[in-house]
Design a protein around this ligand. Structure first.
Ligand SMILES: C[S@@+](CC[C@H](N)C(=O)[O-])C[C@H]1O[C@@H](n2cnc3c(N)ncnc32)[C@H](O)[C@@H]1O
Ligand code: SF4
Length: 328
């Protein structure tokens, strides 16, 4: 998971105003802006907005579908991809990330269709990283092979916890066993290219139980772990439960200890932290994640996505304000 702050077409503007208030980073930021303008490369984030239910902690942009409109979504994603590739004049997509919502609910033919659209419009190398987020339910697992044949070569699996009770409190619709089976199947298909999402700071969690859980996770996981501290989000069911004293969260001190313990344990197992939430070993660093942190261009399609790129107007150059000399 990555949360972004800048919007398509506003990247250069936002970066410039940021540099005015933070003199010490002017050069770096402007350099990034320039390189974003000059390059014809970008990564692509595709947002699939549907979930089967709302997890108690989640405030992402997501919808529980009343009817199946996969066909319409596929068409919209394709059209938006085409439009933004034209607008940005990006000719090379370096990585693709299907996030959500729950993109493993999408039909594999949707994933294939979006990738075909990218390939028609830009260069997408056969070796480019193509990640799909997967909810580890039996249905999600059964579709992995078809996603792989559709062009996905990396899976990010939302394990969240290996404690049955905790998964229930979080409102997840899978068991720890189903999560482990999904990780195993994903590793069979894409060895070395499977990531797991885990959260700490969960209701009633103790440092000791977290240590045991991490050890179990490390026995089964591949070479990449995304580690998230649970954020209590306003408007979620969990927020209400905590407010009403129905559920308690660990203290800040306990949560900090969990983070330090996780970092240490992951490092001891060769999983090195390469950005705020992500750890990898054996060169399993996600190119897509890293590209956000390097400040390169990215295009976002789908209802909950946004991007950061310099759009090119129909006249072939970046959009301009009125010419000060023209009197307009
Ligand atoms: C795009 S989300 C969801 C992907 C997928 N639908 C799932 O639930 O597994 C990616 C990750 O963000 C993390 N996440 C979501 N809400 C969070 C919260 N309130 N606090 C911390 N992490 C959160 C979860 O670990 C989740 O797997
Ligand atoms: S955590 Fe994932 S499955 Fe749960 S509601 Fe959020 S996006 Fe959907």
């Amino acid at each position: 998971m990555t949360r972004h702050a800048l919007h398509a077409g506003r990247g250069a503007l936002c970066l410039r105003s940021f540099s005015e208030t933070r003199g010490e980073v002017i050069e770096d930021v402007l350099q990034r802006t320039d390189s974003a303008r000059l390059t014809n490369e970008a990564s692509l984030y595709v947002h699939w907005p549907y979930c089967l239910r709302r997890c108690s902690y989640c405030n992402f942009n997501k919808y529980i579908p009343r009817e199946n409109n996969d066909h319409m979504m596929t068409e919209c994603l394709q059209r938006e991809t085409e439009t933004l590739l034209q607008l940005s004049q990006v000719s090379c997509i370096t990585s693709v990330f299907f996030g959500g919502g729950t993109p493993s609910l999408a039909h594999p033919s949707t994933i294939a269709a979006v990738l075909e659209t990218v390939s028609r419009q830009a260069n997408l190398s056969d070796t480019a990283e193509v990640t799909l987020e997967v909810n580890p339910t039996p249905v999600g697992r059964s579709k992995l092979e078809d996603f792989f044949h559709a062009g996905v070569n990396r899976f990010s699996i939302g394990v969240q916890s290996l404690q049955d009770e905790d998964l229930k409190v979080l409102g997840r619709d899978h068991s720890p066993r189903q999560a482990l089976l999904t990780v195993a199947e994903a590793r069979r298909l894409c060895p070395g290219r499977v990531s797991v999402d885990v959260m700490f700071g969960r209701p009633k969690q103790s440092v000791e139980s977290w240590e045991n859980e991490l050890s179990e996770l490390l026995r089964v996981c591949d070479d990449h772990v995304s580690l998230y501290q649970l954020t209590l989000e306003r408007g979620t069911q969990l927020f209400k439960q905590v407010l009403e004293g129905e559920v308690t969260l660990p203290t800040e001190e306990e949560t900090a200890e969990m983070y330090l313990c996780a970092r240490k344990t992951l490092h001891q197992h060769g999983l090195l932290q390469y950005e705020v939430s992500n750890f990898a070993r054996q060169n399993a660093v996600s190119h897509h994640n890293r590209s956000y942190w390097k400040g390169t261009q990215y295009i976002g399609v789908g209802p909950g996505a946004h991007g950061r790129f310099v759009p090119v107007g129909e006249g072939g150059g970046p959009p301009r304000g009125p010419d000060p000399d023209s009197g307009a």
